[in-house]
Design a protein around this ligand. Structure first.
Ligand code: F6R
Length: 608
């Protein structure tokens, strides 16, 4: 999704901006641009609908000595307006003095544009963001009474009062070198470093230079000058508590891996083991849950999107299977009609913590009091809104397709679920200890699934290369893993893929099966799957069974002798996610897709 960077340094702004923007590429974008203050007090602005790297040659038109150390930059993921250089950020006011970069959506942009146009402003793009440049321009006009013009921070404070929607904004005044950052429901960070002042929407962009940073709260306006001036609604305010960076720039190393997804699939056993090491001793005595401070609840409602919602469904089922608690799940983008049980624990689950659909759902559903955020970003907007935050400690995930965050969410979420059940008296400590022992097998199960998948799946991917579509089937605890497999396959290969509870086949989807149709079956040991497999085989379908020994992809349970039904039913066959990830990736590579940046998708979906 869109990314913001800005710098005020004594060095070469282009070096900082282009380097930082390249570190945001993993989020997905379709155009990029920078505006750098010149020594003449103008803006040197270049934009491109190609990669960030294509900006450097465009800057050659400006003599290097005239470019200062102050500038702003942006990667855009189009929502309003086509992907054109004109619609790429930064955008400027009528005079070209002010440049702005914006993440989020200005919901009343059409009204504002009409009003500003009528007042004589000239727009040069189709995007909502441009209204901000003109609003600040208006707000900087000298007062008729005193003849004095407000400073940039005051003008930005005035301008944002007209906005509806969400924004992270940096405004650069090329004439004075003034720079102001502000945010409302969209992340923005400011760091004061030995390299100068840096601003970004994502710590990944500036982690190389910054050790500590401040995350702007809704309504914060920060003047980036000799001292950082913090205001809210025009009044001075204190800075929020600084945050110590946990993101290491080493995560950008691919080591021997072909792409980040490849690396992140391999990291999964280690991630699961690290989480269990950290939480293990506090699960079975209930203290892990008690420390969240969340009150009693009699139902679990999970809220999320995509892969995170799949993880949430598995965690919620664990509450039901193990503790008899009813559960439901809400697709965040459809939350407006959901009816919330006031006694429900709401588990909002999002690796980024910035997913606009989830944030809006929390507002729409009026959730308060029992909101727990399960996220990989404990400083995110979601985390700040929640009553309690559970960090899933997956470490930075660069590939757009969620892999290790899914595993981390499930392992962490199930650990907290077990602890909550003990704390509320729904499970004995002894039973919980048995469950914790089962959880402890997950790292080995994942490692074995990786070994098997790397061995057998490349040949299978070559075999199904020409298939136009795929069906994924499961029963019981396997259904959500089938859903996750279909999601991974379509997002990476651009082939259609649907999942069904296997019993539903005969109610319609069986009509899709023809000679050679690949049908991936998550075989969790449910005996009823045999007849579903027979139905598919009888119609010539190519059954790719992910199960125990003897199956086409024998990635489950293997030599650990796990009984496939029983022990694994609480959270399903978690290791089955590995072969579906590997299948999607191998096929995507064969088809020449960009594995880490699938088309049209973004890592952090900050628009709803
Ligand atoms: C799929 C994927 C997406 C995300 C979804 C929610 O591989 O990554 O489906 O799971 O966009 O994102 P978060 O978890 O950031 O809320």
């Amino acid at each position: 999704m869109c990314g913001i960077v800005a710098c005020r340094t004594d060095g070469i702004a282009a070096d900082y901006l282009l380097n930082a923007l390249s570190r945001l590429e993993y989020r997905g974008y379709d155009s990029a641009g920078v505006a750098i203050r010149t020594t003449a007090g103008t803006a040197a602005t270049v934009k491109s609908v190609n990669r960030v790297a294509s900006l450097a040659p465009l800057l050659v038109q400006f003599p290097p000595a005239e470019l200062t150390g102050t500038g702003i930059g942006h990667t855009r993921w189009a929502t309003h307006g086509a992907v054109t250089p004109g619609n790429a950020h930064p955008h400027a006011d009528c005079s070209g003095r002010l440049s702005i970069v914006h993440n989020g959506i200005i919901e009343n942009a059409d009204v504002l544009r009409g009003r500003l146009t009528a007042a004589g402003h000239r727009f040069s793009s189709d995007v909502d963001s441009e209204v901000v440049a003109h609003l600040v321009e208006d707000a900087m006009a000298p007062s008729a009474a005193t003849g004095e013009a407000p400073g940039l921070a005051a003008a930005v404070s005035t301008a944002i009062t007209a906005l509806e929607g969400s924004w992270a904004l940096v405004v650069l005044d090329s004439q004075t070198g003034g720079m102001v950052a502000t945010a409302h429901r969209s992340p923005l960070l400011v760091a004061r470093t030995t390299h100068g002042d840096l601003v970004s929407s994502d710590i990944a962009a500036i982690a190389e230079w910054a050790d500590d940073y401040w995350a702007l709260r809704n309504g914060d306006v920060v003047e980036i000058a000799e001292t950082l001036g913090w205001t809210r609604a025009g009044e001075p305010t204190s800075a929020p508590r600084p945050i110590r960076k946990t993101w290491s720039s080493a995560v950008h190393e691919l080591e021997h891996h072909a792409d980040y997804m490849d690396r992140e699939i391999d990291e999964q056993p280690e991630v699961a083991a690290r989480i269990l090491d950290g939480l293990g001793s506090r699960i079975a005595d209930g203290s892990l849950w008690r420390d969240t401070g969340i009150g009693a609840f009699s139902r679990v409602t999970v809220l999320g999107c995509g892969t995170s919602l799949n993880a949430g469904r598995i965690i919620a089922s664990a509450f039901s299977r193990l503790g008899g608690l009813p559960h439901d799940y809400v697709v965040a983008s459809e939350a407006s009609t959901a009816v919330l049980d006031p006694k429900a624990l709401v588990l909002a689950i999002s690796q980024s913590g910035e997913t606009a659909d989830v944030l809006r759902a929390i507002d729409e559903m009026g959730i308060s009091g029992n909101l727990v955020a399960l996220t990989n970003n404990p400083h995110s907007t979601l985390a700040r809104q929640a009553d309690s935050v559970i960090n899933c400690f997956a470490g930075p995930e660069i590939g757009v397709a969620a892999t290790k965050t899914f595993v981390a969410q499930i392992v962490t979420g199930v650990a907290y679920a077990l602890s909550a059940l003990v704390d509320s008296g729904r499970m004995t400590r002894r039973d919980a200890q048995r469950q914790v022992a089962d959880l402890g097998r997950i790292p080995d199960l994942l490692a074995q699934a990786i070994a098997v998948s790397r061995d057998v799946i490349p040949a299978i991917a070559a075999e199904v290369r020409e298939a136009s579509g795929f069906v994924f089937l499961g029963r019981g605890s396997g259904v959500v893993y089938a859903a996750e497999g279909a999601l991974k396959l379509k997002e990476l290969t651009y082939r259609w893929a649907e999942h069904y509870p296997a019993g539903e086949l005969k109610h319609g989807p069986l009509a899709l099966i023809e000679e050679g149709t690949p049908v991936v079956v998550i075989d969790n040991g449910d005996p009823r799957l045999a007849s579903n497999i027979a139905e598919v085989s009888a119609r010539g379908g190519n059954v790719l069974r992910i199960g125990g020994p003897g199956s086409r992809i024998p990635a489950l349970g293997l030599s650990l002798g796990t009984p496939l039904l029983g022990a694994m039913e609480q959270w399903g066959p978690l290791e089955s996610v590995v072969p579906v990830q590997v299948l999607a990736r191998e096929l995507a590579v064969l088809l020449g897709r960009d594995v880490d940046k699938p088309r049209n998708l973004a890592k952090s979906v900050t628009v709803d």
